[in-house]
Write a protein that binds this ligand. Structure first.
Ligand code: CA
Ligand code: CA
Length: 303
């Protein structure tokens, strides 16, 4: 199995990062990831500084996937996420959605013991490890890993977890997949600015789906398959805009797969597709539309 060390990291997703490894479709790859502050599993910390500014969320990679070309889709099957034994959180004044309540910065270590995050003596939370930052290289932009977008990035969508498959648009030859910012626990919204942040080992299987996935149109932004649902994900500067993008994406996705009229699909979306918030702090906001497969089972709905 190919293993990519956390010594190979990027702080921006862009088309010019050179790949540090190459996998063929069907290969299994382990990514060692640093926490959002740049610390790896051995406790070594790095800072990424550009133009005098420090950037967080280092992502391990990028991984080139043989044969992936612009317009294709990269399927990332998340097989396993092993988290480190110690996580941490931070609350900072004027940061996140609660920053106006925070008077003094506080960092809080959170041990992980026996599958639980120990918040204090009385509160322990079952862990649900998830990937905060995961994406392909954008076509032309230079997007910091703190920001989500059509390429993925800092989506902080808690269902990007073991057992899920993430479908990412491919914009450059080889796709150039990178990931990091794993959380042991995070709620929708990520309102204080972080989850339980920690280094991890993420094992994925990569596949390439050739060609346009929306009846002649490229996939506009990531789609997640988790549990019995698909999720169309979109990010924008405010929730209204993100919601419109995600709903437009869902309409196009369903129209490309179901022999139903636009009106019928709209009615069904209104009945069974839940609009959900992934995060509101990144600095673009990310929403997702849940498409449960059950109601569409007779049509065999899948990616
Ligand atoms: Ca994040
Ligand atoms: Ca994070």
């Amino acid at each position: 199995m190919l293993r990519i060390s956390s010594d190979h990291y990027i702080a921006f997703m862009n088309p010019s990062n050179p790949p540090v490894a190459e996998a063929a479709p069907g290969d299994i790859v382990l990514f060692e990831t640093r926490d959002c502050w740049g610390t790896d599993a051995r406790g070594h910390n790095i800072r990424f500084v550009k133009d005098g500014r420090s950037y967080g969320n280092p992502a391990t990679g990028p991984l080139r996937v043989t044969g992936a070309q612009p317009g294709d889709v990269l399927a990332v099957h998340v097989l396993d996420i092993k988290v480190a034994a110690m996580g941490g959180m931070v609350a900072r004044p004027n940061v996140g959605a609660l920053g106006h309540h925070i008077v003094q910065e506080e960092r809080k270590p959170i041990p992980i013991v026996g599958g639980y995050a120990l918040f204090n003596d009385l509160i322990r939370l079952p862990i649900h490890p998830m990937i905060g930052v995961i994406g392909t290289a954008p076509a032309a932009e230079d997007v910091p890993n703190t920001t989500p977008g059509p390429h993925g990035g800092n989506m902080d969508t808690r269902f990007i977890a073991a057992g899920a498959t993430l479908y990412l648009p491919v914009f450059v030859d080889g796709a150039n997949l990178a990931m990091g910012d794993v959380h042991a626990v995070m709620a929708d919204g990520e309102v204080v600015i972080c989850g339980v942040e920690l280094p991890a080992e993420v094992t994925v299987k990569v596949d390439v789906i050739k060609g346009e996935s929306l009846r002649g149109s490229p996939l506009p932004s990531p789609v997640l398959e988790a549990g019995d649902s698909l999720y169309c994900i979109a990010s924008a500067k405010d929730l209204d805009e993100a919601e419109t993008l995600a709903l437009d994406h869902t309409m196009a996705f369903l129209k490309a797969r179901l022999p139903l009229s636009t009106n019928e699909i709209g009615m069904l979306m209104s009945l069974v597709c839940n609009l959900q918030i992934s995060q509101v702090v990144d600095p673009l906001k990310t929403v997702r539309v849940e498409i449960p497969r059950g109601p569409f089972a007779s049509y065999g709905l899948s990616f």
